[in-house]
Design a protein around this ligand. Sequence first.
Ligand code: ZN
Length: 346
Amino acid sequence: MMNRKDFLKTGFAAGVFLGSSAHTPALVGDQREAGDAGQDLEKYRFHPHHRFSNDELVIEREQAGRPHEGKILAAIQPHSDDIPIFAGGLVAKLIHEGYKGYLIRTTNDDAAGHGTTRAESILNDERDTQAVAKALGLEKVYDLYYRNHNLHEVNMQEITARFVFLIRMLKIDTIITYDPWAPYDNNPDHYITGRAVEAAYTGRWDYPEQLEVVEPHSISERYYFTRRGPQYINRIVEITSHVDTKVRANMANVTQGPGGNSGSLLRRRLAEKGLKLPILGDDDEAADFNYIKHIMLDLDSEQLRLTPSDKHVGEPFGLEWAERYYYRGPVPSKLDDYIKKTAVRI
Ligand SMILES: [Zn+2]
């Protein structure tokens, strides 16, 4: 195990299983190692039994230029607020670095948001989702339109087949969605969406009749975003240059919040009592922006979006703003190298 200084230089350390507001045990304090943290459960909420020993914690830094040119991503969410809340920074970063992207929403959010009728709140959520996609620089929204909080009544194979088709049609290389195996998520829309995507990942040759109109295509990279509670994490993504875009995406989510116009509403409530919070600024637009950036993504993050502050996530790694993920990517083959080194002429 390398010490903290070496880690910051190379950007690698041991993989960890983090709970709510946990700091990375391998890095907090001077040269603390993951093994030591197991003796300090209260502080780190970390248990060595949950550690995967063969994985490394990777810091994905911001990159210059467009290294991902030609690649396609799909940001997949059950509800209009999920991607902006948990992965708005990563999506903005990858689009900035050359990806072309799509937003896929599995439900119609009919049980969430505001409207004088159910149909009106569905329309509001749909419009917000379009605005979120625009704020993040995504090309298009695909709404699968299943009923909100009822995804567990839908045949899994039907959802999976729709994902297999979308992966093939859009030639998706990378997906960003809920961790299908995260424990303690009470929302069926979250885990069913994650598991349907996971099943679609496996189905390169499934549904062969589709192949008369689309080519076979496989996802090669998966980013699963993380919430509070025990969840495996092996990647910290730097979002410092993209946090304002993440804020704008959350401002677009008016009907459901927790961003939207919450800042200007709070500003008004306080003004009625003759109070103001200087951090919110002096007009509604500034209040909405600053509320999301400083309160929702930082100060009151655990309460408002059930995940630690993006500032706290970055802190141990010297990053101003960061998000955390469980990342699954291609496993490099050692065979080519072995052949090059050891093959002999017949
Ligand atoms: Zn959700």
